[in-house]
Design a protein around this ligand. Sequence first.
Ligand SMILES: [Zn+2]
Length: 235
Amino acid sequence: MSVLSDSSTLHRLGRALLELVYPGYCLHCGARSPKRTFPLCACCLASLRRVPRGEPLRRLHRLPEAMGCFQDAHSLWYASPSGPFRPLHHALKYANRPVYALHLGRLLGQTFQNALSSIELIIPVPLHRRRYLERGYNQSAWLARGIGEVLGRPVKPELLMRVRPTQSQTYLDREARRANVAHAFVAPYPERVAGRHVLLVDDLLTTGATAAWAAQALHQVRVGSLTLVTLGLAV
Ligand SMILES: [Zn+2]
């Protein structure tokens, strides 16, 4: 391990420890943050870079299996590896504070409220049961819950299942990611999905492989149309 990555690991560990001991400090810059329900200070929050309209759909259309799957797609911020998105996303997944995801879900709902007015029901991208038991919660389900509160639409995690345990996508290249999630999802209640306009919610859009295979499972049971919302778009 290089000195640089070693010090960055130490830095991350330090931040994680700070978060455990003193929630209320910004995970990126360490400043005191008045909001205990949110891990970034106002300054770092304002520095997150917004994703332009249309960009997530363009990303999805680079992937053959995503072609035609989504009517529209929205992502809030670029997931830059050096900015505040990374500690925010890490806290969302590993800090055991689903309240962060709920708060961010409300923000997603408010930001994209007009674009999502025709949504009928909301489905988070599920974790496999094994990963769910390890982590204790699905961050995408809490994002979905926050969006559902704002839109006044039902959130139905049970309508999509991850039936194949998949490796973490973090260290896989593009082709390995595609193979990893192929046929990983099943929609077990076709009659509750058929003909509806569904909002699929995930924390991060990277290659789009996960969203595409989740979408294919919903199209197999004749979903009416699909829109995707993610918190981050990988750079
Ligand atoms: Zn900060």
